[in-house]
Design a binder for this molecule. Structure first.
Ligand SMILES: [Zn+2]
Length: 159
């Protein structure tokens, strides 16, 4: 467990219009804060997490021979990375850190408003690191197949 000082953000859901507050790790990008569909938080530290590098390599291999922009590659990487993380509970899951945390009412990830509350408020929260037990138990061929699925599902949307 690590203690983080998170900033309170105001959200308005782009799907159902619900207004709610969420917690955001302010400042730089690392470590990465994940919020599950049920609202459970985990953090991932790229410098300490071996799956980070592994996932990068798998996406590189899966897009070989295709024309993929750097930002698309990063997006694919984050989708696969999210799938390597153990769900906090049965039926719950983590989405890509590039998506907004799901709306507590409808699960939507679009926002018509997203920004720090004014005046700023902060909250100290103890958060556990992500685990990758299910992912680590997979044979290499299955990991490569998962990377291939991510590329097919996500890349085809843009092309
Ligand atoms: Zn909503």
């Amino acid at each position: 467990m690590k203690t983080f000082k998170l900033q309170v953000f105001a959200n308005r859901c782009g799907n159902c219009g619900l207004e709610f507050e969420s917690l955001v790790l302010p400042g730089d990008y690392e470590p990465i804060l994940y919020v599950s569909r049920a609202g459970v938080m985990r953090y991932l530290d790229p410098d300490e997490d071996p799956v980070w590098t592994e996932t990068k390599g798998l996406i590189k291999a899966a897009i070989k021979g295709r024309r993929v922009s750097e930002s698309s590659e990063a997006e694919l990487f984050h989708h696969l990375l999210a799938r390597t993380i153990d769900a906090p509970a049965e039926g719950d899951s983590f989405a890509s850190a590039w998506e907004k945390p799901p709306c507590p009412r409808c699960g939507g990830t679009t926002r018509t408003y997203f920004g720090p509350v004014d005046p700023p408020r902060f909250k100290e929260v103890s958060i556990a690191p992500v685990t990758h037990k299910r992912w680590e138990s997979l044979p290499p061929a299955e990991k490569a197949a998962e990377a291939e699925r991510v590329v097919q599902e996500k890349l085809d949307l843009h092309q």
